[in-house]
Write a protein that binds this ligand. Structure first.
Ligand SMILES: N[C@@H](CCC(=O)N[C@@H](CS)C(=O)NCC(=O)O)C(=O)O
Length: 201
C-alpha cells in the first residue's frame, strides 16, 4: 500500500502521481495535511520530506520514502514493472524526458506560479516574461519530438505522465497559443482519454 502525501488542493505535480498509481493499479491511500496556523509544515511531514514539497510517498510494503515527483514516478514504474522500457536505449530515452520535465518544465512552472501569484518585487514582470518564454520554448521542443509519434518515447511511459498534467495550464499560466502546437494537442487528447487520466482529473 502506497501512502500519497498532499496538501488540500491538487496540482499537476500531484496529478502525475495519481495518474501513475491508477495506471499501475497499485493500491494507495491519500494523506492530506495542512500548514499549521503559523504557516509551518507539520513535523510529521517534514520527516517524510525535509524539503517540504508535495507530492511525497511512503511505501508501507517496505518502508521506502520518496519525494520529488519524477523520482516517485520512477519508483512506481520499478515497483509495478510498468511504463518504463526494459531495453537500455529506450529506458535512457524515457529517463532523458523525465529529467527534462523535472529540470525544465516542472521547475519553470514552479517559478512562474510564484511570479504570477506571490512575487511583489519590481522585477516580477521581467521574471514572468522570461519564464513564459522558457515554457513556450519547451513546447516547441515537445512539438518536434511528437511529430509523427503518439508518445514522447515510442510507447506510453512515465515521461508522458510527467509532462501531460502541465498541458492543461500552458495557456492560462504561460500564454501558450496551443493552436501552434498540433502534435502536442493530439498527444494530450490521446492521453486525456486514458482511464487513469480521467480518474485523476
Ligand atoms: N520538484 C518538485 C516540485 C514540487 C512542488 O513544488 N510542489 C508544490 C505544490 S505543487 C509545493 O509543495 N509547494 C510548497 C507549498 O505549497 O508550500 C516535484 O516535482 O515534486
Amino acid at each position: 500500500m502506497i501512502i500519497l502525501y498532499m496538501m488540500q488542493s491538487t496540482s499537476p505535480n500531484i496529478r502525475k502521481i495519481t495518474m501513475m498509481l491508477n495506471e499501475a493499479g497499485l493500491p494507495y491511500a491519500v494523506h492530506k495535511f495542512e500548514k499549521n496556523a503559523d504557516g509551518k509544515l507539520p513535523n510529521e511531514f517534514l520527516a517524510i520530506n525535509p524539503n517540504g514539497t508535495v507530492p511525497a510517498i511512503l511505501d508501507k510494503d517496505n518502508g521506502a520514502v520518496l519525494f520529488e515527483s519524477c523520482a516517485i514516478l520512477y519508483y512506481l514504474a520499478e515497483k509495478s514493472g510498468q511504463l518504463l522500457p526494459a531495453e537500455i536505449k529506450n529506458r535512457g530515452e524515457v529517463m532523458k524526458w523525465l529529467v527534462f520535465e523535472a529540470a525544465n518544465m516542472g521547475a519553470t512552472m514552479g517559478e512562474l506560479y510564484y511570479y504570477l501569484l506571490q512575487a511583489t518585487d519590481e522585477l516580477a514582470d521581467a521574471h514572468l516574461q522570461r519564464y513564459k518564454n522558457k515554457i513556450n520554448q519547451f513546447c516547441v521542443i515537445m512539438e518536434r519530438q511528437l511529430e509523427g509519434e503518439a508518445y514522447l518515447c515510442g510507447e506510453y511511459s512515465i515521461a508522458d505522465i510527467a509532462l501531460y498534467p502541465w498541458y492543461g495550464v500552458l495557456e492560462d499560466m504561460a500564454d501558450v497559443s496551443l493552436i501552434n502546437y498540433p502534435h502536442l494537442k493530439k498527444w494530450a487528447d490521446t492521453i486525456s482519454q486514458r482511464q487513469a487520466a480521467i480518474a485523476s482529473a
